[in-house]
Design a binder for this molecule. Structure first.
Ligand code: KIV
Length: 281
């Protein structure tokens, strides 16, 4: 199983690594069996799974529901639960209680928190109680209203200096890794070089130690023009639409179900039972 020590080793040995978001049992199992070392149950699920315009409405209960499903599907990957908006902002006690739920109830191995400042102290306390923390700086979607939209961060010298200072503080507080989202490549490179712990970029250029993409973006399930930082490795939205229309057409013209899909009356058992077909034997 991948642990936070392995993630540090990746950086120490100069091995770049991939991270993907995961939100359900079957896709987590596929990604896990494909050897993706870290699966992030991101609060992006609010947008790609639940249809919200931002991540702000996502609750702890939403996160735990999906995190539990991912934990049922994954065996090898390091599982990181994303602390949703307002689940760690009231007090350190609230942060510890909610991070504890990710570990105890949902089988996560670590949590991710957005921001610097007060989050540094929370990171220190979570690490002290044995819950590994992944930081997240730059374009932090939970600050969408404060940032005036989903905008690249760290473009000015002052912003860049603040991100670098927050990154060092999070490392010092015990974070085992750091997501850098939506920052100029040059800044991501200097943060990566300044830190001992690995950085994981999304929209942060090629210099970070790891890269993370949202599952739906990577597979082309999100439609329309992809953000600049996304590479689509499949076009599943098109494939699903094609499969659905083909199925509907087959039903309309009586081509499905065919004889091979029928059960006979002579008592022979179906070749595979439903659980085996659905969950893999
Ligand atoms: O919620 C999420 O999926 C994330 C990643 C994009 C880093 O925070």
């Amino acid at each position: 199983m991948t642990t936070v020590l392995d993630v540090q080793r990746f950086k120490d040995e100069g091995k770049h690594f991939a991270v993907l978001t995961a939100y359900d049992f079957l896709s987590a199992r596929i990604l896990d069996e494909s050897g993706i070392p870290i699966l992030l149950v991101g609060d992006s699920l609010g947008m790609v799974m639940l249809g919200h315009p931002t991540t702000l409405p996502v609750t702890m209960e939403d996160m735990l529901h999906h995190a539990k499903a991912v934990a049922r599907g994954a065996r090898q990957a390091l599982l990181v639960g994303d602390m949703p908006f307002m689940s760690y902002h009231e007090s350190t006690e609230q942060a510890i209680a909610n991070a504890g739920r990710f570990v105890q109830e949902a089988g996560m191995h670590a949590v991710k928190l957005e921001g610097g400042g007060r989050v540094v102290e929370i990171t220190r306390r979570l690490t002290e109680v044995g819950i590994p923390v992944m930081g997240h700086l730059g374009l932090t979607p939970q600050f969408v209203h404060q940032m005036g939209g989903f905008k690249v961060q760290g473009k000015t010298d002052a912003q860049a200096a603040q991100i670098l200072a927050d990154a060092k503080a999070l490392e010092e507080a015990g974070a085992f890794g750091l997501v850098l989202e939506g920052v100029p490549s040059k800044l991501a490179a200097s943060v990566t070089h300044a830190l001992r712990i690995p950085t994981i970029g999304i929209g942060a250029g090629p210099a970070t130690d790891g890269q993370v993409l949202v599952f739906h973006d990577m597979l082309g399930l999100t439609t329309g023009k992809a953000p600049k930082f996304v590479k689509r490795y499949a076009n599943l939205a098109e494939d699903i639409a094609h499969a659905a229309t083909s199925y509907a057409e087959d039903v309309r013209i009586g081509k499905f179900p065919g004889p091979e899909h029928e059960y006979s009356t002579n008592g022979s058992a179906p070749a595979k039972d439903r659980a085996e077909v659905r969950y893999g034997g």
